[in-house]
Design a protein around this ligand. Structure first.
Ligand code: NDP
Length: 306
């Protein structure tokens, strides 16, 4: 079995060593233009040349959960694309989102500002029932995030394409469900995949349906957000603030207004990082299963885009 590794901006050596330890029978190497055809590929943002040259692949493994960039390439129609499923990302996402929610809800920015002035001052406690949270996307990451928020006794709503049931979460689905979901939410957490249906979904019309004093946490993809709409809604006061981890242009350009905006917290696409050991273990397990002719989970449906 031959495996090729083509992850942009990643040093291949530690990945190759980890894969070789788990798949000792496989011939595993980093891709170079003109390399021999492989059976399986492990990729992140590969060039189109890689896809065009590697015509005998039985599966393409993405080292991230989101496949939006990969699906923009011209891929053979019958090539299975496999996404990463959790592999240590859901706990990171839960801690990031809970931190952002709690920091906003408990007004920790204001307390930190007071502390810088050496001022021992209290703010009126806020009520959880006034901060219902809506989680867009109830997949691997969204479910973990929704459950973690519910553990802190926040009212939590979730929205997905197909109907779901989750203990302690008010689940909504589809287009009509979306309106009810937005109207029921004050804090909005985006964990949708980026698809034709979800591109630009964080826009004026939808953000205006949230409860007044809304707060946005975007940890999915920058193209979900219409940036000018958010800036306008912050100015108008309909949105009280935002924590943004993902952006239309990454790295976020130094002159971008989000950096210095007093109501926006920016992090550099770091809410849930790909963890090498967990990722290698998951992909190696799936390659071994495919090689034995067994079915695996995490195969992307190109028609729906995730
Ligand atoms: P999943 O595929 O497991 O879950 C996707 C969820 O979104 C599902 O519940 C799905 O509905 C729902 N969904 C998809 N399309 C629609 C739609 N049109 N309307 C309503 N709901 C929809 O993905 P993950 O949870 O693993 O990852 C989610 C995203 O998080 C990734 O695609 C990626 O963009 C982002 N991400 C960001 C990271 C970061 O560091 N910032 C790290 C990792 C991922 P249904 O249940 O019906 O299928």
């Amino acid at each position: 079995m031959k495996i090729t590794f083509c992850c942009t901006h990643t040093k291949p050596e530690p990945w190759l060593a980890g894969l070789r330890a788990l798949l000792p029978q496989a011939d595993i190497s980093a891709w170079q233009p003109g390399a021999a055809a492989a059976d399986y590929a492990i990729v992140w943002s590969p060039p189109q040349q890689f896809i065009d040259e590697q015509r005998q692949l039985k599966a393409l493994f993405n080292t991230g959960a989101g496949v939006d960039a990969l699906l923009k390439l011209r891929l053979p129609a019958d090539l299975p694309v496999v996404r990463l499923e959790d592999a240590g990302m859901s706990v990171q996402m839960a801690e990031y989102v809970c931190h952002a929610v709690i920091r906003h809800f408990r007004e920790l920015d204001a307390y930190e500002a007071s502390a810088r002035e050496h001022a021992w001052s209290f703010r009126k406690p806020r009520l959880r029932r006034d901060f219902p949270i809506g989680v867009m996307g109830l997949g691997v990451l969204g479910q973990r995030v929704a459950q973690a928020l519910a553990q802190f006794d926040f009212p939590v709503h979730g929205w997905s394409r197909s109907p779901r049931q989750m203990d302690g979460i008010a689940c909504h689905s589809g287009a009509q469900g979306f309106k009810d979901f937005l109207a029921a939410s004050r804090v909005l957490v985006n964990l949708l995949p980026l698809t034709d249906d979800t591109q630009g979904i964080l826009n004026r019309a939808n953000l205006s349906r949230l409860q007044p004093g809304a707060y946005l946490i975007n940890v999915a993809r920058g193209d979900h957000l219409v940036e000018a709409d958010l800036l306008a809604l912050l100015d108008e006061g309909q949105v009280a603030g935002a924590t943004l981890d993902v952006f239309r242009t990454e790295p976020l350009p130094p002159e971008h207004p989000f950096w210095a905006h007093p109501k926006i917290t920016v992090t550099p696409h770091t809410s849930a990082r790909t963890l090498r050991d967990e990722t290698i273990a998951q992909i190696a397990r799936k390659i071994a299963a495919l090689d034995r002719g067994e079915a695996i989970s995490g195969i992307v449906e190109p028609a729906r885009g995730y």
